[in-house]
Design a protein. Structure first.
Length: 652
């Protein structure tokens, strides 16, 4: 097999499609598609605030109905089984559709959903974020959902347990939930749907449920045996607070004030909380609990920010979707880099306009990241509405995209490069790896707690994908190899964290293919030879999981169970990651590599659902993302590297 003629055509076609998607301002704006939660919650919010948004509600309801499964359920990914994930997704969609007033319980589609919900355990077994919505809307009685006190907001950062030990996203979701829980707030209207018939045990809805850990907010698919008792940690916090404050009786009132301040200080210019629709949704209810009028300007602006996250995808199965956040910076930086790797020069108008766009989006504001890393700003964030939440991955992506422009003696790009590189290097953790958002927030106390996925949910440790991607940038773009101390530390971290089978776990993509690709390309860029034992193990693992048709596919279930689970089809992005890793290993051109390249050149080469399978990860077992850009960006990048490496070679 000689795929090279097909590779040339594929590179040209992928480049053309990407260029067609570029906006006049230089940005690439693709849809970021998730499960039904955000669509349902936006409907619920609009109805709860009694806003006349019938057209938007109708579009959101249509999308929910379009993605319902034949068995009546809604799923996070194609091969998801009957677990709490699909149960909660189904309850969310069912509730949102009833709130929309566009469909009745007696509709056959709703009756099918009800049967699925009851067969999967009923409302008793939904995840905690679904429970939060039900509590806020008065559809389920409040319990001590979160086993930590709101008073944690009063602890100084110098204390061994404090708010800023938590993962950044966990903080901004936990605080509004704690406010509503502390005040036992509900917002029930005459037309709020009655879901009491969704309890598998009719008596369950009348009695308080069990107290569960606040970390489970993001941990979908947890069973009852995974719940954790936090009373010991709660007692520690109260003892610390009593040592600091003279009037313990006033702690709750002071904590509510501090929590309100926390939220207001983190509202982005567009009105969202921390740029996330999910945290903004919770903030609005928390503000209502604190006495804000539903037409308060802060709430009005927050709702507008969520409406602006609507995506109208060309994919007919998607239609209108309320995104949990937007991905303009990420998609733009990745797209431009891939196009440049495919041959676009710095003088090309696409590269020029994207460069100017990225310059404008470089962040200059300080955010929470400064608490653990008091350095100057200079990173890039994920979304346009994100002005002070930079992350390592977006920063390396943006720096790759402007690297060639920097070398054209453009002062503005050199300055942006220097600021971005300085911020990136300062974000290396003490253990040698990199995390996404904050530095050295891998609290051993919190991570020690027996909560599934605690290291992803509660804290932010170094990860193989962030560390590998950073090393790849430093080696291939910035020219820093393993003779540099910080690179050596990063290499050591990756070598120390390789799985026994030769793979690496990836935090922000699905999952072991993603992590292995990032680690291998990073180690190769740092100068690790392809005959190093870790590289040989990685190559053997990758070749061992390749499908007969040349593709690679991995289930989102790998993320939840923390071991590789194959998918019954190859996906474009995962095949591209695997191919790119094999190319980076500097291997001889072998049939397996050619087969992967050929797979990527064939449009519609797999099952339809595999073409749209989510390969972006956000929360283990809880939220997975189909990036509409990934089917273009990653195959273009991998095929370009394949052509560069093997273009003049013969099949051996």
């Amino acid at each position: 097999m000689n795929p090279l003629p097909h590779v040339d055509r594929a590179i040209a076609n992928l480049s053309e499609k990407l260029l067609e998607a570029q906006s006049p301002d230089g940005a690439f704006r693709f849809c970021l598609e998730g499960g039904p939660m955000t669509d349902a919650n936006l409907i619920i919010l609009l109805r709860s605030l009694e806003l006349e948004e019938e057209a938007l509600i109708a579009r959101l309801a249509d999308r929910l109905l379009a993605i319902q499964r034949p068995d009546g359920s809604w799923r996070l990914y194609e091969d998801e089984r009957k677990a709490a994930g699909s149960l909660s997704s189904t309850v969310e969609a069912y509730n949102g559709l009833l709130f929309s007033k566009r469909i009745e319980k007696t509709d056959p589609r709703m009756e099918a959903a009800k049967r699925f919900i009851l067969s999967a355990g009923g409302l008793e077994r939904v995840n905690l974020f679904t429970n939060v919505t039900l509590y806020l809307t008065g559809q389920k009685p409040w319990t001590n959902l979160i086993g930590l006190p709101l008073e944690i907001v009063l602890l100084p950062v110098s204390f061994p347990v404090n708010l800023f030990d938590l993962f950044a996203a966990a903080r901004v979701h936990m605080i509004p939930i704690l406010v509503a829980q502390t005040l036992r707030y509900t917002h029930k209207l005459p037309y709020t749907p009655d879901l009491s018939d969704l309890y598998a045990d009719p008596a369950a809805g009348k009695a308080p449920g069990e107290t569960t850990s606040w970390s489970d907010i993001w941990a979908y698919s947890l069973n009852d045996t995974a719940r954790t008792d936090y009373r010991g940690l709660q007692d520690i916090i109260f003892r610390l607070l009593k040592q600091i404050y003279h009037w313990p009786a006033n702690l709750k009132a002071e904590a509510l004030k501090q929590a309100e301040r926390f939220m207001l200080e983190r509202i982005e210019p567009d009105g969202s909380l921390f740029s996330y629709a999910s945290s903004t949704f919770l903030m609005i209810f928390a503000l209502l609990a604190l006495g804000y009028d539903k037409r308060h300007p802060i709430i009005v602006k927050a709702v507008s920010s969520m409406k602006r996250m609507e995506c109208n995808a060309t994919d007919a199965a998607v239609g209108t979707h309320a995104q949990i956040f937007t991905s303009e910076i990420w998609d733009t930086a990745l797209s431009s880099h891939a196009l440049q790797e495919a041959g676009l020069t710095p003088s090309h108008p696409s590269v020029q306009t994207t460069g100017q766009y990225l310059l404008r989006e470089q962040q200059t504001r300080y955010g929470d990241w400064r608490i653990h890393n008091p350095t100057e700003p200079g990173g890039w964030g994920f979304s346009e509405n994100n002005t002070r939440i930079p992350d390592v991955d977006d920063t390396t992506a943006a720096l790759r995209a402007i690297s060639r422009l920097r070398m054209q003696r453009h002062t503005e790009y050199k300055e942006a490069w220097n600021k971005g590189l300085n911020w990136l290097l300062s974000m290396q953790n003490d253990d040698g790896g990199w995390a996404a958002f904050e530095k050295n927030t891998d609290s051993k106390l919190l991570a020690f707690l027996s909560v599934p996925h605690a290291r992803e949910i509660l804290v932010e440790p170094s990860t193989a994908d962030l560390t590998g991607r950073t090393l790849e940038f430093l080696g291939n773009t910035a020219g820093l190899k393993k003779n540099v101390s910080l690179v050596r530390k990063g290499v050591k971290w990756l070598l120390d964290n390789q799985e026994q089978d030769g793979s690496w776990y990836g935090r922000w993509g699905v999952c072991y293919i993603y992590g292995t690709w990032a680690a291998v390309t990073g180690l190769a860029a740092a100068g690790l030879p392809s005959d190093h034992p870790a590289m040989r193990k990685a190559a053997k693992w990758l070749l061992g999981i390749q499908r007969p048709d040349g593709g690679f596919g991995e289930s989102c279930a790998s993320d939840l169970h923390r071991h590789y689970i194959p998918l019954d089809a190859g996906t474009p992005s995962q095949t591209a990651w695997a191919l790119d890793a094999l190319v980076a290993l500097n291997m001889k051109r072998i049939p397996e590599i050619d087969k992967a390249a050929y797979f990527l050149t064939q449009e519609g080469n797999g099952k339809d659902w595999a073409e749209t399978y989510p390969t972006g990860a956000a929360l283990p077992g809880g939220y997975y993302i189909r990036y509409h850009s990934y089917g273009l960006i990653w195959p273009l990048l991998a095929l370009s590297h394949y052509k560069e490496r093997y273009g003049a070679d013969q099949v051996r």
